[in-house]
Design a protein around this ligand. Structure first.
Ligand code: NAD
Length: 491
């Protein structure tokens, strides 16, 4: 017995889990509303500890056979997985813009092609991992990347399809089996992924999906000692909880967390270019971990920069994410709207000055105006804490040292942006303590490059070889160069 399919703007979506190659219903469920207009999209299953146990047993049973395949044998299956995602591109776009409020245009041109690439690129990259050797006079070291086992993947609501595939791609390509726990505020494209895995012919148990809340399903999953790895993207408080649960079982975790990244505009920056990029920080209504949300602008150009940015922001089209022309959509959940407005109001009570925005947006109940706050001290909450909404702060500096000190003056260290004459901006960027930083640009990503944060923004790196280092047990098989004879005098 399976649950009736949900009708999401004409796309049929299963609200059930996907375990061992079939849909599984659970006794409990939770209601899901669209952030666009709060209409009920349906009820989605909430996996119990018992469901988690069934999923882990299925993934563990499927592991030996999947792990034994070579990367070349896994490649055609994963290629088909990517192809199935491509075939249903329109469905992915419709569903994620309805359940997460992500812009349809962004889904079509950015997220779906990238999701396909996430699966395909890592499957191909896995071919390059075999047969690495280190040859010395004494021996040849054959370095193997052996699959680790059952991997739990936990994703947040702001980019559910992109982030699920970014982790599932390398985890499966390396020969692991996967249990994805979808985010409860945006769970539906993960269900379409399960459809694609089935259509691609992935063996039962290789890819499994659990729906449910973090407090119940997520907590039961990450506390299980049978896991070989946990790959988590989400907030700092949840990460601390997961790290403790995983620590109790010594299960390695990769933690990609929040940010409060600096956006530095040096005195010699191209002001118009830097302003156009500044306006991009409102994309996805500011629900972007890597956005440069703290604008740090040289005091001599601050007035001109603010006016240029104001012009770009005034032209942003706030509206329905299903409209291709919309540039700023809704906030994912009423609780998140409340959180964002509380941050703004507390900052204003504390003496911050509003440059623009600051109010709910008239377009709908889950919309907040693109907002800019200034007149701030470095230890103000709004400077120190991730808001995850369309709220930026602006501070000024007098010289590079001050810019770098402000940039480094939070507990986060995920990303950053630095505008200025290229050599100057690069030199400043190099001194910002962060996992990555863009010079005179924003958002350029390559799957071969490492991604992750420092300080409270995370532990570990994913991307390229770093994903495989995490998702694999790296093993050194040592074969002596000359016949070996045991001796107590051997060093
Ligand atoms: P969250 O931490 O509340 O939830 C993330 C996921 O963890 C969800 O699937 C949730 O159900 C699950 N979860 C919650 N409690 C759990 C528990 N006790 N055990 C196991 N799982 C649990 O984060 P969110 O609000 O969904 O997402 C926003 C956060 O994600 C922001 O902080 C943002 O910066 C961060 N983020 C980081 C990156 C990155 O790559 N660094 C990318 C996107 C989002």
């Amino acid at each position: 017995m399976t649950s009736p399919l949900l009708d999401v703007a004409g796309v049929a979506v299963s609200p059930d889990h996907y375990i061992d190659g079939r849909r599984v219903v659970s006794a409990a469920s939770f209601a899901l509303q669209s952030p666009i207009d709060q209409r009920l999209l349906g009820h989605v299953g909430e996996a119990s500890a018992g469901d988690v146990d069934v999923a882990i047993r299925a993934a563990a049973a499927a592991f030996p056979k999947w792990a034994r395949l070579s990367a070349a044998e896994r490649l055609p299956l994963l290629d088909r997985f990517a192809e199935e995602i491509g075939k249903r591109a329109d469905d992915f776009c419709t569903v994620e813009s309805n359940d997460a409020g992500v812009l349809l245009s962004r889904m079509r041109h950015g997220v779906v092609p990238r999701a396909m690439l996430n699966i395909r690129w890592f499957a191909e990259h896995a071919l390059t991992l075999q047969d690495r050797t280190i040859a010395t006079e004494q021996a040849t070291h054959h370095i193997r990347h052996d699959p680790a086992g059952v991997v739990a993947v936990i994703t947040p609501w702001n980019a559910p399809l992109m982030l699920a595939t970014w982790k599932i791609g390398p985890a499966l390509a390396a020969g692991n089996t996967v249990i994805l726990k979808a985010p409860e505020w945006a769970p539906l494209t993960s269900s379409l992924l399960a459809d694609c895995a089935a259509a691609a012919g992935l063996p039962p148990g290789v890819f499994n999906l659990l729906q449910g809340t973090g407090a119940n399903t997520g907590a039961a999953l990450v506390s299980d000692p049978r896991l070989a790895r946990i790959s988590f993207t989400g907030s700092v408080p949840t990460a601390k909880w997961i790290a403790q649960a995983a620590g109790a079982n010594l299960v390695p975790c990769s933690l990609e967390l929040g940010g409060k990244s600096p956006f530095i505009v040096l005195e010699d920056a191209d002001i118009d270019n830097a302003a156009a990029t500044g306006a991009l920080m409102y994309r996805n209504a500011g629900q972007v971990c890597l956005a440069g949300t703290r604008l740090l602008v040289h005091e001599k150009i601050a007035d001109r920069y603010i006016e240029a940015l104001r012009d770009y922001v005034a032209r942003l089209k706030v509206g329905d994410p299903r409209d291709e022309a919309t540039e700023v959509g809704p906030i994912v959940h009423p609780r998140q709207v409340e959180r964002v407005m509380d941050f703004i109001n507390r900052a204003l009570i504390g003496g911050a000055q509003l440059l623009w925005g600051g109010k709910p947006h008239p377009f709908g109940a889950q919309y907040v105006q693109p907002t800019m706050l200034t007149n701030l001290r470095q230890n103000d909450e709004i400077v120190q804490t991730e808001v995850f909404g369309p709220v930026l702060t602006l501070q000024t500096f007098a010289n590079d040292d001050e810019a770098i000190a402000l940039a480094n003056g939070t507990d986060y260290g995920l990303g950053g942006v630095c505008y200025g004459e290229t050599a100057h901006a690069t030199a400043v960027a190099e001194q910002v303590r962060t996992g990555f930083i863009w010079v005179n640009s924003f958002g350029i990503r390559d799957l071969a490059a490492p991604f992750g944060g420092v300080k409270r923004s995370g532990i570990g790196r994913e991307g390229g070889d770093w994903s495989f280092d995490f998702f694999c047990d790296v093993k050194d098989v040592v074969v002596p160069a000359k016949p070996f004879r045991a001796s107590f005098s051997q060093r």
